[in-house]
Design a protein around this ligand. Structure first.
Ligand SMILES: [Cu+2]
Length: 580
């Protein structure tokens, strides 16, 4: 058994960089407090305006997690101590400040739920569907009567939905019409390294916008380059081989140091992979298979997004104003880009693909007005083996749940509200469903959904420990290192399965590229109620030790794993691993 691998040694990089990189990172953090731009002077902490009731910091009693499977309670835990799996966690959002909007908050449950446009292939060959997307600035009316400038895939937020049919390869040609570099990552995808969206693999904008070093210069510190970066200008083809399982994937920006700002401004969309086994199931389909992208934002008085960036132009200085270094949360909950929308539904079963595309906010979703709760059928990487009744769903940034809600149990006129039990005030509600029509429903939820197999941990598997910790100056580190493209923390054989233990001192959604994950244990105990199935993002609570069985794809090359709190990721909590 290979135990206790020292990841830094195991990763033995040929090029030891880089004190310079580390100190550059440290510098970023030390200037954090003084770098706030006048443009963002409107940002306030949640404490400054108590009238807005957005201090989402307290969740009495249950610590925010629900370990029950349908007994109607939501404050029981595995050990009955009020802690989730015994870890020393509280409210996952408790140490994160909420931005307060200056724009008047819109009335809830008025805006109809938008459905992202279904992107059509521009060309199809025997085995490949070709899509084209233009990344551009645009304006959207998110708050009624106000204009919000966004960065959008095809100028929309969310971007258009890409469908990947069974056995089909997908090639998406992205054109960057924005003034800054971008990087497209297919979150949850099985992808060759050169299409995975490594953070320095820039898709550069037009030359008129100037140069963009892989890692921008800081005062007293030169810009640094990444000699291995695969850089394109203006257009780039991202190639996605047939995906191994039907799953709710999503694509979003992954630019080095600026992912938080890019995604906040709108660069996120769904990529839905199907397989033949899933398509043969009698689950709700068509207009009753609905993606829901939940994301919180705050708005300035003129309707623009409030984001406490140190550099609002996203050109030179990464990072956010110091009060938001733990993550950026807003006081407006958007679903598919609309604030607290309402959806008129048939009295029938619906499949909802719920994605938390927020930068940092964790939600505990529940249904008010329904005693049925959710029937969870899938998670990040596709269908569970069998449906699972859930009264609530705790969803951290970047996680997905596929659920069935059966409105057929309701009368026309019933209102069912999707609420957030980790929120308060404006963030306690998410959206509403109104049963509008009686109908015939031929769908059903079969007792067996997919042929997932549990990984049995074995002594022959390499074990590694990945420590997600804050450094002495408040920086975000993995195994005591800030992200450095030239250092691999793990070189793993293609197709192998390893056991990683993620140790955390804060609430961190762990995400790994080009691999699929099963939760083996939390603090040495059984996995939690939301750990079923194959995942790519696993919520690790404060003080927890989560053991993961990670199966790497057979695509070789360099990839990253990181925290999916985007402000943590941008400020160093990311690492390279190599599939060899
Ligand atoms: Cu984190």
């Amino acid at each position: 058994m290979k135990i206790g691998t020292n990841p830094a040694a195991a990763g033995a990089p040929d090029r030891r960089p880089t004190k310079a990189a580390m100190s550059r990172r440290t510098l970023v953090r030390s200037i954090g407090a003084v770098g706030a731009l006048a443009a963002l002077a409107g940002c306030t902490t949640s404490d400054e305006d108590p009238g807005r009731s957005v201090k989402d910091h307290t969740v009495p009693g249950n610590g925010g997690h629900d370990n029950t499977h349908g007994n109607g309670q939501h404050d029981e835990t595995h050990d009955g101590s009020g802690q989730w799996n015994g870890s020393d966690q509280g409210d996952p959002n408790g140490d994160i400040n909420t931005l307060t909007s200056k724009a008047p908050l819109p009335a809830r449950f008025r805006a109809p739920l938008p459905i992202p446009e279904q992107l059509k292939p521009v060309r199809r060959t025997a085995d490949t569907d070709y899509y084209e997307i233009v990344q551009s600035a645009a304006t959207a009316e998110i708050i009624p009567g106000l204009r919000t400038e966004i960065m959008g895939y095809n100028g929309t937020f969310p971007g258009p939905t890409i469908t990947q049919d069974p056995g089909r390869r997908v090639v998406v040609t992205h054109r960057n019409d924005l003034p800054v570099p971008t990087v497209v990552h297919l979150h949850g995808g099985t992808t060759a390294y050169d299409s995975d969206g490594y953070p320095t693999d820039f898709l550069l904008p037009a030359e008129t916008y100037g140069t963009f070093p892989a890692m921008p210069a800081m005062p007293g510190m030169p810009a640094m380059s990444d000699p291995d970066a695969l850089v394109s200008r203006l257009r780039r083809d991202y190639t996605y081989p047939p995906q191994p399982r039907a799953a709710t994937l999503w694509y979003h920006d992954h630019r080095m140091d600026f992912t938080g700002a890019s995604v906040y401004r709108g660069l996120a969309g769904f990529h839905i992979a199907h397989d033949a086994q899933e398509q043969a199931l009698p689950l709700p389909k068509g207009s009753r298979d609905v993606p829901l992208m939940i994301a919180d934002r705050a708005f300035a008085a003129d309707g623009s997004f409030l984001y406490p960036a140190l550099d609002a132009t996203m050109r030179t200085t990464p990072g956010v104003d110091k009060p938001y270094a733990n993550g950026v949360m807003g006081d407006v909950i958007l679903v598919n880009g609309a604030p607290w929308p309402v959806m008129k539904v048939d009295a029938a079963r619906y499949r909802f693909r719920i994605l938390n595309a927020s930068n940092a906010r964790t939600y505990q979703l529940a249904l008010d007005g329904s005693s049925e709760g959710f029937t969870q059928i899938g998670t990040d990487h596709g269908l569970l083996a069998a449906p699972l009744r859930q009264d609530t769903l705790v969803i951290a940034a970047a996680e997905r749940y596929d659920v069935i809600i059966d409105f057929g149990r309701h009368k026309v006129g019933d209102e069912i509200t999707l609420v957030n039990r980790l929120g308060s005030g404006s963030t306690a509600a998410v959206m509403r469903f109104v049963v509008a029509r009686a109908t015939k429903d031929t769908s059903s939820v079969p007792a067996t959904l997919s042929g997932t197999t549990a990984i049995t941990p074995s002594g022959s598997m390499t074990q590694r420990i990945m420590k997600f910790h804050r450094g002495g100056q408040g920086e975000w580190l993995i195994n005591d290192q800030a992200f450095d493209p030239s250092v691999s923390l793990a070189d793993v054989p293609a197709g192998s399965t390893e056991l990683w233990t993620v140790v955390s001192d804060f609430h961190h959604p762990f995400h790994i590229h080009n691999a699929t994950v099963q939760v083996v244990s939390r603090d040495g105990r059984a996995p939690g109620p939301y750990d079923h199935g194959w995942k790519d993002t696993v919520f690790v609570n404060k003080g927890e030790k989560v053991q993961l069985a990670i199966r790497f794809s057979t695509h070789k090359g360099r990839y990253v794993f990181h925290c999916h709190n985007l402000e943590h990721e941008d400020m160093g909590m990311m690492a390279t691993f190599r599939i060899t």
